[in-house]
Design a protein around this ligand. Structure first.
Ligand SMILES: [Zn+2]
Length: 249
């Protein structure tokens, strides 16, 4: 891998395929595919890391064959289907939970006609952490932050951090943030900085240039979908395939 750039993988659900025609079906990666992705990276000598463990590499303080692993929304199927693979390989990952929806479902998707899937409950989030994994914040209610008033911005960004830390009895333990829909503007960026998050990830495509410039609050990621084969994953991680797409928009 060109260590001047580090990929942060973005997964959503890890589960068997919902019926054809289901909206966002492409974001449901099968357990078998996920396992193959992780084992292939392991086989090539790369270690998958949570955002907390990846930060020294992104800052250029450490070097090594590493990549980031993130899961958006906090689905229960991450707990059942991804955690065993991560544990087996001694990889760590960050799961971005929606703080006011713990133990519920993705109700923010209801208006779009997207099926409801269980989110991890408090005990599962705790077990996720106990297994050496990390929880980050994906806001309180999964709102588009670019259309939020200032007061609700604070509740979504700083408030979600406080809520998760109190749930998890981990003061200061939630240090990483992910923008819902990858949407941000100057106000939301400023609010993320004020809430003292160490990193924040977007849906902009690309690998992170190292050392990371201008803080780490607008990090690009590498989307992994249902149809991403391990060969494509290697292309996305080891070449400038994704970086060029990020530039093109
Ligand atoms: Zn999301």
């Amino acid at each position: 891998m060109n260590q001047a750039r580090i990929p942060i993988l973005m997964y959503h659900q890890i589960d068997v395929a919902p019926p054809k025609g289901t909206p966002l079906r492409g974001l449901v990666v099968s357990p078998r595919t996920f396992s193959r992705h992780m084992w292939m990276m392991h086989f090539l000598g790369y270690q998958g890391l949570s955002m907390g463990e990846l930060m020294p590499y992104l800052r250029g303080e450490r070097t090594g064959r590493v990549f980031g692993i993130t899961f958006d929304d906090g689905y229960e199927n991450n707990f059942h289907n991804a955690l065993p693979v991560l544990r087996r390989l001694r990889f760590s990952a960050t799961c971005y939970a929606v703080a006011a929806r713990i133990g519920q479902s993705n109700i923010w998707d209801l208006d779009e006609g997207i099926g409801q899937v269980s989110l991890m409950n408090e005990a599962q989030l705790q077990a996720w952490i106990d297994a050496g994994q990390e929880i980050g914040s994906h806001t309180s209610n999964h709102l588009d932050l670019t259309v939020c008033a200032q007061q609700s911005l604070e509740l979504e960004i700083g408030g979600s951090r406080r809520l998760l830390e109190s749930f998890l009895r981990q003061p200061g333990g939630v240090q990483h943030f992910c923008y819902p829909y990858g949407r941000l503007n100057t106000d939301s960026l400023q609010c993320v900085a004020q809430a003292a998050y160490v990193s924040a990830t977007t849906t902009r495509r690309g690998r992170v240039p190292v050392p990371v410039q201008d803080g780490a609050l607008t990090l690009p990621r590498v989307l992994v979908s249902r149809s991403t084969t391990w060969v494509q994953l290697l292309l996305k991680c080891l070449t400038n395939y994704e970086d060029r797409r990020g530039v093109q928009g």
